[in-house]
Design a binder for this molecule. Structure first.
Ligand SMILES: [Zn+2]
Ligand SMILES: [Zn+2]
Ligand SMILES: [Zn+2]
Ligand SMILES: [Zn+2]
Length: 266
């Protein structure tokens, strides 16, 4: 796809719309206000976006995470809203904590530990050597202000995200993870006619000039692209995993997961 669209998201507290960069600052004012009379504890504001090495993509999520939830809870949340197609593996990695590899010896040690099915010890080795943050770790022990973590889902057709810890707060949240904001469905127009919102993408032609289509133009594409007719037609969804593997959309927050609604100009 050739289109680059800007994005905006609504604030859960006041329902106002902001840009991707504006919303994180704005959310902080609400959360700071809440610390005045919140239940004591610890909570963390985490921004999640596509890893910038893939280019400046407009997708974003802002989460308010309770300190007693685990990294695995964030993993599950990301799968439910953005990623899960067929249960691939995933990981959180702190690039800065990565040590120079001990080479063959580490490899050997990891193998021995795995054979004994000692998950705790294996996690510890991965953490010290690869900077991999264990999913069992509580977020209050794993996350601190300004920390950046790489997140990978599916080590084959990988979707790479970047988590940034924006702020820590001395209060608990009501739920394990609160979705503070997410980008509204992107204004992706049909790349053939340019008039209608696109509702289907061709997973095989992604990267080409024309790979997002409205219903009418999708029919036309099917005539020239046999893959599209057979298996490559995927729904437009509000996720960086759109068109990848068998991803067909999230399981939560579904009302913001589809095709954008075209504004009617009067
Ligand atoms: Zn607000
Ligand atoms: Zn898959
Ligand atoms: Zn069209
Ligand atoms: Zn195609």
């Amino acid at each position: 796809m050739s289109q680059k669209t800007a994005s905006s998201g609504k604030c859960i507290f006041c329902n106002e719309s902001f840009t991707k960069t504006g919303i994180t600052k704005h959310l902080n004012t609400h959360l700071a206000e809440k610390t005045k009379d919140g239940k004591p504890g610890k909570s963390i504001h985490v921004k999640i976006e596509v890893n910038p090495k893939w280019g400046a993509l407009p997708y974003f999520i802002n989460l308010w995470v309770d300190g007693n939830s685990s990294m695995g809870d964030i993993d599950i949340f990301l799968r439910q809203i953005w990623l899960e197609c067929c249960g691939h593996m995933s990981s959180f990695t702190n690039q800065k904590a990565q040590k120079k590899s001990g080479g063959l010896w580490d490899f050997f040690e990891a193998g021995v530990i795995l054979e004994k099915e000692n998950t705790k010890e294996y996690e510890k080795l991965m953490e010290t050597q690869n900077g991999e943050v264990p999913k069992s770790k509580k977020t209050k022990d794993a996350l601190y202000k300004n920390l950046k973590l790489d997140y990978q889902y599916d080590f084959g057709s990988t979707t790479e995200l970047l988590l940034t810890v924006m702020e820590e707060y001395p209060i608990a949240t009501k739920e394990k993870i609160v979705l503070l904001s997410r980008n509204e469905p992107l204004e992706i127009f049909c790349e053939t006619c340019g008039k209608e919102p696109a509702s289907l993408v061709c997973a095989v032609c992604m990267g080409d000039e024309e790979s997002a289509f409205c219903k009418a133009c999708a029919k036309k594409h099917g005539k020239t692209c046999s893959d599209f007719k057979d298996y490559a037609a995927m729904p437009v969804v509000n996720s960086p995993r759109m068109g990848v593997c068998a991803y067909e959309g999230g399981r939560i927050d579904k009302k913001r997961d589809g095709v954008f609604i075209k504004k009617v100009t009067t």
